[in-house]
Write a protein that binds this ligand. Sequence first.
Ligand SMILES: CCCCC/C=C\C/C=C\C/C=C\C/C=C\CCCC(=O)SCCNC(=O)CCNC(=O)[C@H](O)C(C)(C)COP(=O)(O)OP(=O)(O)OC[C@H]1O[C@@H](n2cnc3c(N)ncnc32)[C@H](O)[C@@H]1OP(=O)(O)O
Length: 248
Amino acid sequence: MARSLARLVKGFQSITALPAVAAPACASLRSASLRTMAVPLPFSSKPRDFSLPNVSWGPEMLRLYEFYNNLCERETEGAEKRRGPWQRLPSYNRSLKYATGGVYLSKIIQSKARLFTRNMRNPGAAFEYVLFVNKEEQRCVCILQAGHLLEGPPGHVHGGAIATMIDTVTGTHASQLCEPVMTANLNINYRSPIPLGSTVLIESTLDRKEGKKTYISCKVTSTDGSKLHTEATALFVSISISHLLLGG
Ligand SMILES: CCCCC/C=C\C/C=C\C/C=C\C/C=C\CCCC(=O)SCCNC(=O)CCNC(=O)[C@H](O)C(C)(C)COP(=O)(O)OP(=O)(O)OC[C@H]1O[C@@H](n2cnc3c(N)ncnc32)[C@H](O)[C@@H]1OP(=O)(O)O
């Protein structure tokens, strides 16, 4: 049990506290895409970072990625570090390889478990997204390109898929502030439908922290900010790792 706990803590750190990194700038985006496009073996020991450009990313997704990536800490040509207010968060499709403490999960489930938003093999088919965090402003921004498998109302994104991304963005944001946490409450107002295939911005801001509780607000808008698609508020409660292991 102690070993399992240690592994789970390590695994949690691997999904939430890995060094956030800036990725290649736009000039080399296409070649970067090609480098990161290689399909990894399912149990590769080197996890694939899914939040890097791939061939499915449209011009708007790439433009915004480049915009925020340029505001991240990065190495200049002289190998010096240039500081920026934003950090790109890497994103992997599995944590259980690293967090095998789920003693109550069967080995089969452990080996097959995948993060919901990262389990589509076809690039561009479902959730294409990248998250950036600004710790000074306590803000998170996610650029989302919603693929064809996320259809709800004809030609538009399913409300559950939107909720999933809001939970992901606010949950990741809360985890950056005080890990580990779980979503206790999520309130969503859908204001205008999101066209399938479009790119939108999901922005989350910290409202307040009260002991174990972290309150976060979130907005989904068009990329120029002119159209409000969705608004949400979320409550995250800090948990102990044993809460997960012992089933709450
Ligand atoms: C390895 C860790 C994994 C955790 C993952 C989480 C984050 C993300 C991590 C990495 C990023 C990667 C990907 C991000 C992707 C997705 C993020 C998704 C996150 C989720 O999708 S996660 C699944 C859905 N989530 C649940 O499955 C939770 C089920 N639930 C429980 O497990 C408990 O219910 C819990 C823990 C919530 C609280 O339990 P507890 O015993 O720790 O705390 P307690 O009940 O004492 O409440 C303490 C204070 O919160 C207030 N409070 C509690 N609940 C409230 C509510 N609903 N409304 C208003 N206030 C509430 C109380 O009133 C009290 O307030 P006060 O202190 O003022 O009295």
